[in-house]
Design a protein around this ligand. Sequence first.
Ligand code: NAD
Ligand code: UPG
Length: 335
Amino acid sequence: MTNTNRPTVMVTGGAGYIGSHAVLALLDSGWSVVVLDNLVTGFRWAVDARATFVEGAVEDDALVRRVIADHGVGAILHFAGSVVVPESVVDPLKYYRNNTAASRALIESAVAGGVRHFIFSSTAATYGIPRATPIREDAAQVPINPYGSSKLMTEWMLRDVAAAHPINYGALRYFNVAGADPQGRSGQSTAGATHLIKVAAEAVSGQRDHVAVFGSDYATPDGTGVRDYIHVSDLAAAHVACLQYLVDHPTTNLTLNCGYGRGYSVLEVLDAVDRAVGRPIPRKMLPRRAGDPDALVADNGAILATLPWRPQYDDLDRIVADALRWQQHLADMQR
Ligand SMILES: NC(=O)c1ccc[n+]([C@@H]2O[C@H](COP(=O)([O-])OP(=O)(O)OC[C@H]3O[C@@H](n4cnc5c(N)ncnc54)[C@H](O)[C@@H]3O)[C@@H](O)[C@H]2O)c1
Ligand SMILES: O=c1ccn([C@@H]2O[C@H](COP(=O)(O)OP(=O)(O)O[C@H]3O[C@H](CO)[C@@H](O)[C@H](O)[C@H]3O)[C@@H](O)[C@H]2O)c(=O)[nH]1
């Protein structure tokens, strides 16, 4: 579709965890989608058959410009990137290349190709250690790792580019994304996961013999880290709502936290997993992991006030159940 109200959407990283759910949400809402992904951590099978798939990198200027022109791309949802915080500490240049520099190239191609709308996967990691929680969008952004810095620089590029060129943007700062498509069409599939709920799901399916609890001396009610877990399908729906807003308000930009505004501790999450499977999954109390803040909880007042988005799956047990079901599906596929 090249109609300006419903432009074709290019989804970078659409073969990855969050991107594949956004592709489903866009397609289910009637948008035309072309996915661009180099499959470094994504999976070709994760891309719904209704979308066009192009294998390639966002920093491949010639390819990206050809895709924009050939498909009449009018909006980009940019999920592609490197996402492992501890890896960013040991290999920061990878993150400045694949997140910051690659995004710079993509944004330049977008401007050159006349793309009018751009949504960027930002992160609560741009806040660093918050002074106050819940965190508002106007809180200081002082990232404590290269991953967060690489993402913050992309937010700055978008701010400056939108002031200079006819493009508007949404910077969506995700809190902790978890769960899987309730219809079982996608989920978190990358091996070697570090995310708590994914790690716990691997322990349930027998791929790990325990879950490590990193730190029990945090300034939180039970001493373990507190996070705001958002169901990936609610997050995907927020992207569709954001896109429609950008199309309807072509001179407005949005920077929005994506979370439920409520935190759960590591132990509360593991209790939910135990409840779901009806047996205790072994836990090992370990020292703190480097760079983990005590608590990260979103103030989600802005997204609720701006978009018609309302969470459908704001329930830890539901998030855990969907994650476990997807993990079982992956295990069955590997058999
Ligand atoms: N998972 C979270 O909790 C979380 C939280 C905050 C922000 N984010 C952001 O959300 C986005 C998606 O994360 P995810 O968890 O789905 O990760 P993911 O690794 O599953 O998805 C990333 C996708 O991008 C692709 N990709 C990577 N580099 C590319 C490049 N240069 N060109 C083309 N494709 C490339 C990968 O193959 C993969 O399919 C990332 O930008 C991440 O920083 C994730
Ligand atoms: O095996 C594990 C894994 C995690 N944790 C703890 O669980 C909490 C959540 O950790 P994790 O799931 O790894 O997420 P975060 O480190 O909070 O980071 C995620 O959430 C951020 C936004 O809040 C994103 O920017 C990052 O990309 C994403 O990895 C933290 O307190 C961890 O210390 C454990 O105790 N054991």
